[in-house]
Design a protein around this ligand. Structure first.
Ligand SMILES: Cc1cc2nc3c(=O)[nH]c(=O)nc-3n(C[C@H](O)[C@H](O)[C@H](O)COP(=O)(O)OP(=O)(O)OC[C@H]3O[C@@H](n4cnc5c(N)ncnc54)[C@H](O)[C@@H]3O)c2cc1C
Length: 435
């Protein structure tokens, strides 16, 4: 049924989902919105979106998300977001050595792009290295057996800068922020029992201060289950690697405008960032989880420093990716290496719903599953719609709170390639991570 516009709303997490929500709430006329963020500044070191760039591709195998991504792509072209949106195209391919699963996935992505009325005219089939060089002459590698498609509807977004812009905007419009390990980090959501059932009364920060709230919105990314442990059978903190190559000014200039380049069996990379000369790469793989043997929950390690490395298997994939595309960079040292933690669900669907048994006082925005940033401009719309629902029910079935007895198998998600590995088995310093 929503809440009156003057009532206090607490958003936990100043990452992608939290900031988009703050923006929408302020635009809807809510006047008492506070964001709590555990880092000293935004973008936060814990945010999966605190990154040079994220792929903004609109085609999904599933038309539901394609429609959302097209909507978001249009929103990225509006004044607040446009400086961060770079429509350089998306080269989505498989190398000749890719598995049948990767090839099939790539074909389904192409079919999805080709059946969308707005997108189809931007798609071109790639059958050979020469087809790639026809538009991306910079790739001097052999591109052995590369096949797939180029979609010029897509590109990338500068995610850290987009977070900065929205942060600045919502602050200027009256959203309050509490930042830092004491004043900004939430230690618990506070509840009371009433004759009508349990309800939240607000949140408590690590320094012990209680902040009353009529509605608590949990947008804590990979750390969501530290605050809402009952989501633990649905939300799994998972990570993928990120690494960068430092280019020269000349290389950055020469690589200007190359498409986001993805070999589904190896990984992907972006054009170098003109300010830092960093070319960002991510390897393809099943990812890493950090399961606490006591609780069975996977949560991110406590300090970002624990995740500042690149597992050797991932390094090998990225070197091969560069050898096949930009061999001059293949042996260059990797810099700014890290594992980036996100909130995964077994079916890759988000969870956008009230937490059960909270009398609709706690809303949960999680399960981004590693594909949420492209939707940054429209995440807040989903909160608005849920607030407006007269029965307080999420009408989009796939985003409802999941019944733990009814979880899908992780094997259902076709675009995932590779096995999931425990963080303790790859971290350079042996032993369990601090939780
Ligand atoms: C390697 C990698 C590559 C990705 N690539 C893409 C891509 O190409 N395209 C795409 O669309 N998406 C991509 N994503 C996914 C995207 O980054 C996420 O979907 C998005 O960041 C999710 O937003 P969020 O707000 O849920 O979480 P986050 O952005 O992680 O924000 C959560 C915030 O909550 C804060 N927080 C946590 N606990 C507390 C607490 N107790 N108190 C206060 N604050 C707290 C954190 O500090 C953080 O700032 C990628 C993710 C990774 C890891």
């Amino acid at each position: 049924m929503g809440i009156p516009s003057f009532e206090p709303i607490a958003i936990i997490g100043g990452g992608a989902f939290g900031l988009s929500t703050a923006l929408e709430l302020i635009q809807q006329g809510y006047t008492n919105v506070t964001v709590f963020e555990k880092d000293e500044e935004i973008p936060s070191r814990w945010s999966a979106a605190n990154d040079l760039n994220k792929i903004a591709r609109a085609e999904y195998e599933d038309d539901f998300y394609t429609d959302l991504a097209v909507q978001a792509q249009n929103a990225w072209q509006t004044p607040l977001f446009a400086p961060h949106f770079h429509r350089v195209g998306f080269l989505n391919c498989c190398s000749g050595a890719a598995s049948a699963k990767a090839v099939d996935t790539c074909k389904r992505f192409q079919a999805s792009a080709e059946r969308h009325p707005e997108m189809k005219k931007y798609v071109k089939t790639i059958n050979s290295a020469d087809d790639i060089r026809a538009t991306t002459w910079q790739f001097t590698g052999e591109l052995p057996g590369w096949k797939g498609y180029l979609n010029l509807f897509d590109g990338y977004v500068h995610s850290a800068n987009a977070l900065r812009s929205v942060y600045k905007k919502v602050r200027a419009e009256g959203v309050r922020f509490f930042l830092g390990a004491d004043a900004g980090a939430i230690s618990e959501i506070v509840y009371k029992d009433t004759p009508q059932g349990r309800r939240s009364t607000g949140v408590r920060t690590k320094n012990g201060r209680f902040h009353p709230a009529a509605l608590v919105i949990v947008a804590a990314g990979a750390a969501a289950t530290t605050l809402v442990p009952e989501a633990g059978s649905t939300i799994v903190a998972k990570s993928w690697s990120v690494a960068h190559v430092l280019c020269t000014d000349e290389e950055t200039s020469a690589l200007r405008g190359i498409p986001v380049t993805y070999a589904r069996d190896l990984g992907f990379f972006f054009e170098p960032d003109p300010k830092t000369n960093l070319l960002k790469l991510c390897p393809m793989g099943g990812g890493y989880i950090n399961t606490d043997p006591k609780t069975g929950l996977s949560q991110p390690p406590q300090s970002p420093a624990e995740s500042s490395f690149l597992p050797p298997g991932d390094e090998k994939k990225l070197r091969e990716l560069l050898r096949q595309t930009l061999p001059a960079l293949a042996d260059r040292p990797f810099v700014r290496k890290s594992l980036c933690w996100f909130a995964d669900t077994s079916d890759s669907d988000f969870v956008i719903d009230y937490v059960p048994n909270t009398s609709s006082t706690v809303m949960f925005l999680s399960g981004d599953s590693g594909h949420g940033f492209k939707l940054f401009p429209i995440v807040g719309h989903w909160v608005r719609d849920l607030l407006k629902a007269s029965d307080n029910k999420q009408s989009i079935t796939r985003w409802q709170w999941r019944d733990p007895k009814n979880q899908k198998d992780a094997g259902d998600v076709s675009w995932r390639v590779g096995d999931v590995t425990e963080f303790k088995d790859i971290r350079p310093v042996a032993g369990p991570a601090k939780l």
